[in-house]
Write a protein that binds this ligand. Structure first.
Ligand code: NAD
Length: 519
């Protein structure tokens, strides 16, 4: 895959003078600059690969180093800017994102493929996150607590971490960068951000909004390019105190190793294999709607996608039949067409991976392909990456399609005989991001909520649909204990300092003076 991308980059350089396609730049130290290496990557529309959206710098390690140097230069000025002033700038960025939401939405659908409504939701999430982070500028609460000695005062304050490297995936190309960038900035950090190579324009738009809002030069630096070069250099750069990564579990592990080498803080948001449990007392129609939205929204390319549907035997047939009927009604096509329900998948590698899993499901696992399963190649589909919404039934929990993250429009229906068995199946994967239950029984709902080992849980709703003021993240292979969003994200992007003020005018020794001996 890397080879293919490198070949494409070379081809791009050779042909770059022949067309009018815009050449975008990196943003380093407040200036828009080309990569020092001069190469570029093409950003193409996954619904029609003849449509070249732009060419972005295929950056080198030297570009990352320059961006880190700019972030270092800007750090003191930014951290010493009072947090409420930093927040005012972020608030202005929120206003700009709001103003240009429609354009950003269209750009996102064009570069990533998700349908306009969902792309609008992605931009809205970035807006929400920006306003929310701006609100934190007047809070960033620390705390006071009684000291154990007389005439002594104890308190805790948040301090910025320092220089942060942010590495993001392509499936939420504006929301996820904003989830990292805005809290990092309000906490007083400076950053270097690298978007996924497939979706640079949405992050470019976000950074443009920051520039227009008045974020000072060097506080935010954008470097585009491949993970193996730019991402790897960010992960291992000795001056970056913190790396915040969202992407696959495999890449996350590589990033974590690089951070461990130099004792950098590392926050990871990774893969998922999320389950909806449907009990025999569920509103089946509502559960089917939730499953369709959870499994096929964003063409199944969500970390929280409902890729496993664990259904009680008493409603299994009815649920499966309705699900297949609804999946077959979904219109696949270019996400820019408002009549389309399911857009393309991101690129040729994704098609290859998803089709391989469909083959595994049918021919190795022995599940029943109840609908879909084909790549669409004819007519309007000829130049894009389209796959039919696919439902597998008669799936058992140990099958590969029920264990591994497919990240495409494919879902598996697994029969179960009881709630406890369903919970065991839900927990029986290496990931722990999100889970859901459909039931009318409050006891069952609370039991499942308590027993599923995930970071997110929904009752009578699909596994997707996070709100920015609640913590987001997962257990096991999904994360490493941190949470983004909510006020919890501040714990990633700030460090606690404990402060003691002794106003007794004499030496007081903690744990030693002012203690009565026991007995
Ligand atoms: P990916 O791991 O391939 O890439 C993510 C980012 O890492 C990209 O910017 C990429 O260029 C970079 N990268 C690649 N190799 C690198 C390396 N060696 N060093 C440093 N950086 C490197 O993931 P993807 O395909 O972009 O995204 C899909 C994955 O992301 C799925 O597994 C999905 O579940 C996960 N995801 C998780 C969340 C979450 O919050 N838990 C949210 C969205 C997506």
């Amino acid at each position: 895959m890397v080879q293919a991308k490198k070949a494409l980059a070379k081809k791009t350089r050779a042909t770059s003078t022949k067309t009018q396609t815009e050449n975008y730049k990196n943003y380093i130290g407040g200036k828009w600059v080309p990569s020092r290496g001069g190469d570029r990557i093409e950003n193409r529309n996954p619904a029609d690969t003849r449509d070249i959206i732009g060419r972005f710098p295929l950056s080198t390690e030297a570009d990352v180093d320059a961006a880190v140097a700019a972030a270092a230069e800007a750090f003191d000025g930014w951290r010493l800017t009072p947090a409420p002033r930093r927040a005012e700038i972020l608030f202005r960025a929120g206003e700009i994102l709001m103003r240009d939401k429609e354009k950003y939405t269209r750009d996102m659908t064009r570069e990533m493929g998700k349908v306009l409504k969902e792309a609008g939701g992605d931009v809205q999430e970035a807006i929400d996150c920006t306003y929310y982070a701006a609100g934190e500028g007047r809070r960033l609460h620390g705390f006071t607590t009684p000291a154990e000695m007389p005439d002594k005062f104890a308190m805790c304050v948040r301090q910025p971490v320092g220089l942060c490297g942010l590495i993001t995936p392509w499936n939420f190309p504006m929301a996820i960068p904003s989830w990292k960038l805005m809290p990092a900035l309000v906490c007083g950090n400076t950053v270097v951000i690298k978007p996924a190579e497939d979706t640079p324009i949405s992050t470019y738009n976000l950074i443009k909004a920051c520039e227009e809002a008045g974020v000072p030069p060097g506080v935010v630096n954008l470097v585009t390019g491949y993970g193996e070069t730019v991402g790897a250099r960010i992960s291992s750069h000795p001056s970056l105190r913190l790396i915040s990564f969202t992407g696959s579990t495999e890449t996350g592990r590589t990033v974590a190793y690089a951070c461990a080498e130099r004792n950098a803080i590392c926050s990871l948001e990774m893969g998922g294999k999320n389950a909806i449990i449907v009990m025999d007392d569920a509103d089946v129609d509502n559960a089917v709607e939730g499953a369709v939205w959870g499994a096929f929204g964003t063409s199944g390319q969500r970390c929280t996608a409902s890729s496993r549907l664990i259904v009680h035997k008493k409603v299994y047939k009815k649920f499966s039949a309705k699900l297949v009927e609804r999946a077959q009604q979904l219109r696949v096509g270019n996400g820019a067409d408002p009549k389309v329900d399911v857009g393309p998948v991101i690129n040729a590698d994704a098609v290859e991976k998803i089709m391989r899993y469909i083959d595994i499901g049918e021919n190795e696992d022995g599940a029943t392909r109840a609908c879909g399963g084909n790549q669409l190649k004819k007519g309007d589909y000829a130049h894009g990456y389209f796959i039919e919404p696919t439902v597998f039934t008669d799936v058992t929990p140990d099958m590969r399609i029920a264990q591994e993250e497919i990240f495409g429009p494919v879902t598996s229906v697994i029969p179960t005989k009881s709630l406890d068995e369903a919970i065991e199946i839900a927990n029986g994967v290496r990931y722990g991001l999100s889970a859901a239950i459909y039931t009318q029984d409050v006891n069952r709902a609370f039991h499942a909520m308590n027993e599923t080992y995930t970071g997110i849980f929904y009752i009578n709703s699909a596994t997707i649909g996070a709100e920015v003021h609640l913590p987001f993240g997962g257990t096991k292979g999904t994360g490493n204990g941190h949470r983004e969003a909510g006020t919890q994200v501040l714990d990633i992007f700030s460090e606690w300092k404990s402060i003691y003020v002794d106003y007794s005018g004499k030496l007081q020794r903690a744990q030693i003076d002012n203690k009565k001996a026991i007995g």
